[in-house]
Every structure is written in C-alpha cells, then in structure tokens.
Design a protein around this ligand. Structure first.
Ligand SMILES: *Cc1c(COP(=O)(O)O)cnc(C)c1O
Length: 385
C-alpha cells in the first residue's frame, strides 16, 4: 500500500512498537510464556498482522475469545498454540479440534460437546479447564470443580481429551492492593492443587492479564495472557503510564480534514446546537463519527491535534463526522487535506487513546477496540515473510 496515498481516515499500526512491547512484557515476566491476546481483531489493530508480530517477538501462544477468531488465525497459516475461551452450544468444536486449537472449558455442557467432537474427528482435543476464582463471569465455581475435574479425567482416560491447562481470570488486577487479588490467587492455587492431585497434568497454569503481568509478579505462574499492554496502552491510568512500563502505543488514528469554512459569531454547530461560536471563526470538519468508533459520549470534549494545536470536538459527534472550532485565524493554519490526529503515542504533541477514554468516560481498551471497519488499517514496520 502506498503510505502517502490520500485517505479519509486511517489507523496506522506500528508493528515495531508492538514487537518492542512484547519484549518488554517478556522481560517483566521472564519465567512465563507470553500469550498474545488478539481477540476482537487484535483490539482493533488487525488480528493477523499483530499475531505475527507478537510471535516474531517471542510470544508463544495466541489467545482469542471466539473459536471463529482462532480458526481465522489458522486460516492465515499461523500454527502457534491458540487458546479460545468463549463458546456457545453448537459452536465449531469439531473444526477447532481439527485445527489443533486449545479450548477453554468451564462447564460440563462444554466438556460434553468437545468430547463428542473429538470422537467424531478421531482425535484428542486439547482443553483447558477454567475456574471462577471470584470474577463471577465464566469459569467453573469452586463448588463444582471436583465434578468437572472428575469428568475431564474420565474423558482423558478414553483418549478424547487432554487437559493442557488450568486457568482463571482476575476481577480487579488493575487496582493494586485490592483484597480480591490475593483471594483469587489463593483459590486458584487450591483448585490447581486439587486437579493435580486427581491426576491432571497441565502444561500451563495461568491467571495473569496485562495489569497482573505489569504489577503482580507473583501471579505470572507458567504463562501470562497480555492484551492491552501489548498494544502499548496502560490497563489503567492509576497503574501508570505506558512509558512507566516501557510500552509504546501502537495505534495512531489520522483523519484528513474535509472542509474548513468561516462562520459568524453565534453560529450553532452540529445536531442540537450544543456548541455556539462565540466569535467569527473557522470550523474544521473531521470526517469520522460514531460509526467509525468515535464515541458520541466524547461530544464537546474529545481532543484532536490539528494545525499544531489541540482542539476539542465542538458540539455533537455525528455518525460520520464531527466539527472542531479552529479559531478566528484557523483558515490560515488549516486547510482541507491536512491531517487531524485523534490519538497516537502522544510524544508528537497528539492526544492519546487514554485522553479519549477520559473524554468519553470509558477505558482506552474501548477506544481502540471500537475503531470501525470503515477506517483503513495501515500496518507499518511489518517484517518480511
Ligand atoms: C481479554 C482477556 C485477556 C487480556 O486482558 P488484558 O487486560 O487486555 O491484558 C486475558 N484473559 C482473558 C480471559 C481475556 O478475556
């Protein structure tokens, strides 16, 4: 792709930064394997290029939510270990077994479906038993663990499955000192000990997500599942900035200004007229909106670097566009085709995804993940082959 070609909106994905981030995470968890979590199109960054970059930098596992995502990695020719964990009844178990995908299993219904698929395929399925150690989302409750372990052992005895992992997920790893962290880790250790006593021999035991990887070394165990940190974003501002952890944001969102025009004082701007110009001024039209993942909640607040200065969204974010007030001399400094940077690493004067998260009262995970399919991804610094 011609990187100088004109564009409406594009997300530049710096794969060199992603590789450096993976190396920084490996250094932080030196005894653990790194699972690069690439669900939801690599948190909006493009799943396959990010998966390849992460593997090139030493990640040895990939993690996805859905089996369809895992199968898409296989279809792209990626043969690393892949764990997927978000199953629904009737899911593509057989395809996943045949594609050598590791499957998260939280419940007997899922174990039953995977056993049937493995028999039909004539293969041994790799499963990883997931415990709910306190998150209260997916995972097997401690009270039901003994029977899930017993059923898994029975299935192992018939050769239809092999339990390759035991795992869980934290509720509050981004809140240092939260009492649930130690409590969950302790429950997890007990459940692992029980399963091993019953004869399960997992390759990997894991519970750490990005915040745990960055701040809780005692949780690293055999493998860390890192998502947001790999994309160079801090899991929460309270924990630290990306730079504090040696991370660099991977995505830069650039938009070409579509129109610059003078308007008189007292002119209403965008739906509902929530912004009224206070002087004669120049408005700049930024042609992305909530259909592109720009949060409508950031109306009146979201920051943009354009014409060398930060401007805030003036009035409402619409489906396809929003407006910034460029000031009385704006037309002298900004023209159509100039680039407005919505967010990036932040070291060239631009805002960050975290700034947008603050403006929209959400988390930076949501900002990058929701950038829509209409925004072209341009992968920079891709390794050959
Ligand atoms: C998304 C997800 C992760 C990665 O979380 P980050 O906070 O982005 O590192 C890890 N494990 C599971 C089960 C997940 O769903």
């Amino acid at each position: 792709m011609n990187q100088n070609a004109p564009f409406r909106a594009r997300a530049e994905i710096d794969l060199a930064a992603l590789r450096d981030n993976v190396r920084a995470l490996r250094a932080r968890a030196p005894r653990a394997a790194v699972m690069a979590v690439v669900k939801s199109d690599g948190y909006g960054h493009g799943m396959v290029p990010c998966a390849k970059a992460a593997l090139a930098a030493g990640a040895t596992w990939l993690g996805t939510a859905t089996p369809e995502e895992a199968l898409a990695l296989r279809a792209a020719g990626i043969d690393a270990r892949v764990l997927c964990w978000l199953w629904t009844p009737g899911g593509p178990w057989r395809e996943a077994v045949e594609a050598d995908v590791d499957m998260g299993v939280s419940d007997p219904w899922a174990l039953g479906e995977v056993v049937r698929a493995a028999r039909e395929a004539g293969r041994t399925a790799r499963i990883q038993l997931k415990a709910d150690t306190g998150l209260g989302r997916s995972g097997c409750q401690p009270a039901d663990w003994a029977s899930l372990v017993a059923e898994a052992r029975a299935a192992e005895a018939t050769g239809s499955v092999r339990v390759t992992g035991l795992w869980s997920h934290f509720a509050c790893a981004d809140e240092p000192g939260h009492p649930s962290i130690a409590a969950q880790l302790s429950v997890f250790r007990d459940l692992v000990a029980y399963a091993e006593k019953e004869g399960i021999e997992p390759e990997v035991r894991h519970i750490a997500n990005s915040p745990a990887t960055l701040s809780l070394p005692e949780t690293h165990l055999d493998l860390v599942r890192t998502g947001i940190a790999m994309y160079g974003i801090s899991p929460s501002p309270e924990l630290g900035t990306p730079a504090d952890f040696g991370l660099r944001p991977v995505m830069t969102l650039k938009v070409s200004v579509a129109l610059v025009k003078g308007v008189p004082a007292g002119h209403g701007v965008s739906y509902g007229h929530h912004y009224i110009t206070d002087t004669e001024t120049a408005l700049g039209l930024v042609p992305v909106g909530y259909a592109d993942g720009i949060p409508r909640h950031a109306s009146g607040r979201g920051p943009v670097l354009v014409g060398g200065a930060w401007r805030r969204v003036a009035g409402r974010v619409a489906m396809d566009q929003f407006v910034v007030d460029l000031g009385p001399d704006g037309a002298a400094r900004v023209q159509e085709g100039d680039v407005a940077v919505l967010f990036g690493p932040g070291d060239r004067g631009e805002p960050t995804a975290e700034d947008w998260a603050e403006a929209a009262d959400t988390i930076a995970y949501e900002i990058v993940t929701r950038i829509g399919a209409r925004v072209t991804r341009v992968h920079l610094n891709e390794l050959d082959g």
